[in-house]
Write a protein that binds this ligand. Structure first.
Ligand code: GDP
Ligand code: IMO
Ligand code: MG
Length: 437
């Protein structure tokens, strides 16, 4: 069984919680794209973990975790996270953590270039996490990137750093920054890559062999569909393919192994950073936005930035369902809406007086669309921690049914709190009933 878990909106839908919940059923949890721009929170009792580079499966003892070839890995961030987790009693060893030898490295000049790139864009900036993600993927596509395995060969690492830094420094200096020193980057990187060496693995072969043997694999998406570099709200996106196609490319798993795609959908929407957000609560609704932000604790798990909050966008989520072919949806954060009298759901967009057939591809158009809202009554009673569908207030059930119908996918799970146990299993077709047991 190979199941992909993919965010349907602009990230932070609660992928970490759902991956943690499902991980028990799987042998392997693998990330396939992105890097430490991700922030996936897992709460187990009074212990909480935030995973950036490592798959959320790491908190389950005995699960093998894979960092796939599609990822960009900052070795410093890797060891900071590993050390932090070890201090929390989680084992992060080469026996259970496999890093693709084909993954690309994020080096200090990528971080510096992320800063200059944002500065150059001025008002048009993306609002990146400034982790060097975009510049590392640029180098990969530009065929000058450094794969983890390349870095093990000293001469290769040194010559690539020198060559790449020559260009990077020109840009950094032009923007008033201090040039970086190739020798110190080389020394620092080679020491860390040596430490990383025992974790390296041909993860493509490893995963395909595991799937062929019948081992179960959970693919953990980072970021989300509307941040996909091809299918998202370009150019306000991340630099990788977050959608299901990216899961195959970023692991090398053959497509026939894939058995299901679980979309993670929040009962409302948030966005961190810049870019169009049609259902954002602004102006007259700013207070509502603040209420949701506080109730949902909507502050970035990576950068601490307050997340922009908005109503559920069924039109955009239906688009995400179409691209990913969601076989089921986990609907998260129902409890956050407990306090609302009335809930709005966007069911379509108008642009220049005409109803849009599909999501506008140009970000300027997406900024101009007028969302068409339907209003649903709130339920005004606590749902936090409810585990039984029948125990939900009728209006909450109607809200769930409405969203399911509008996005065109069954809801398999409803999350009613950050804890593993705070979950309703509505129907478990995706895991053949395992969750119901
Ligand atoms: P991810 O990036 O998709 O993994 O999501 P984040 O971890 O960045 O953000 C989701 C936040 O919501 C985390 O703090 C979770 O602990 C929390 N969370 C997840 N599901 C629920 C839920 O159903 N209710 C509430 N109140 N919080 C939740
Ligand atoms: P998880 O996995 C929310 C956003 C950034 C910025 C854009 C590009 O926790 O859902 P980048 O640094 O990737 O080049 O930034 O993408 N972004 C996220 N937003 N959740 C994330 O991850 C994100 N990772 C990147 O805010 O707008
Ligand atoms: Mg997050």
């Amino acid at each position: 069984m190979v199941i992909a878990v993919i965010g349907a909106q602009w990230g932070d839908e609660g992928k970490g919680k759902i991956v943690d919940l499902l991980a028990e059923r799987f042998d392997i949890v693998a990330r396939y794209q992105g890097g430490h721009n991700a922030g996936h929170s897992v709460q187990i009792g009074d212990r909480s973990f935030v995973l950036h580079l490592l798959p959320s499966g790491i908190v389950h003892a005995g699960k093998t975790c894979v960092l796939g070839n599609g990822m960009v890995i900052d070795p410093k961030a890797f060891f900071e996270e590993a050390d932090r987790l070890m201090a929390q009693g989680i084992s992060v060893t080469p026996e259970r953590v496999k890093v693709s030898s084909r993954a690309h490295l994020i080096l200090p000049y990528h971080r510096a270039l992320d800063h200059t790139s944002e500065e150059r864009l001025g008002n048009e900036k993306v609002g990146t996490t400034l982790r060097g993600i975009g510049p590392a993927y640029e180098d990969k596509a530009g065929r000058r990137g450094i794969r983890v395995a390349d870095a093990l060969v000293s001469e290769v690492l040194r010559s690539r750093i020198e060559r790449n830094l020559e260009d990077a420094n020109r840009i950094i200096v032009a923007y008033g920054g201090q040039p970086l020193d190739a020798d110190s980057i080389f020394d620092e990187t080679s020491a860390m890559v040596e430490r990383l060496a025992p974790f390296l693995c041909d993860t493509t072969h490893f995963l395909n062999q595991a799937a062929a043997r019948g081992d179960s694999i959970l693919l953990e998406g980072a970021q989300a569909t509307l941040l996909d570099v091809d299918h998202g709200t370009y150019p306000f996106v991340t630099s990788s393919n977050t959608v299901i196609g990216g899961a195959l490319i970023g692991t090398g798993l053959a497509p026939q192994h894939l058995t299901g795609v679980l979309g993670i959908v929040r009962t409302y929407t948030t966005r961190v950073g810049e870019g169009p957000f049609p259902t954002e609560m602004l102006d007259g609704e700013a207070e509502m936005g603040q209420l949701i932000r506080e109730r949902g604790r909507e502050y970035g798990a990576s950068t601490g930035r307050p997340r922009r909050c908005g109503w559920f966008d069924a039109f955009a989520t239906r688009y995400a369902a179409e691209i990913n072919g969601f076989t089921s949806v986990a609907l998260t954060k129902l409890d956050v809406l407990d306090a609302l009298d009335e809930i709005k759901v966007c069911v379509g967009y108008n642009l220049d007086g005409r109803r849009c057939d599909s999501l506008p591809s140009v970000s300027q158009d997406l900024r101009r669309v007028e969302p068409i809202f339907e209003k649903l009554p709130g339920w005004k009673s606590p749902t936090l921690g409810i585990t039984d569908l029948d125990a939900l207030p009728p209006n909450a059930r109607s809200y769930i049914d409405f969203l399911s119908e509008r996005i065109g996918v069954e809801i398999g799970l409803v999350s009613t709190g950050p804890e593993r146990s705070q979950t309703i299993v509505v129907q478990d077709s995706i895991l053949d009933g395992w969750l119901k047991k």
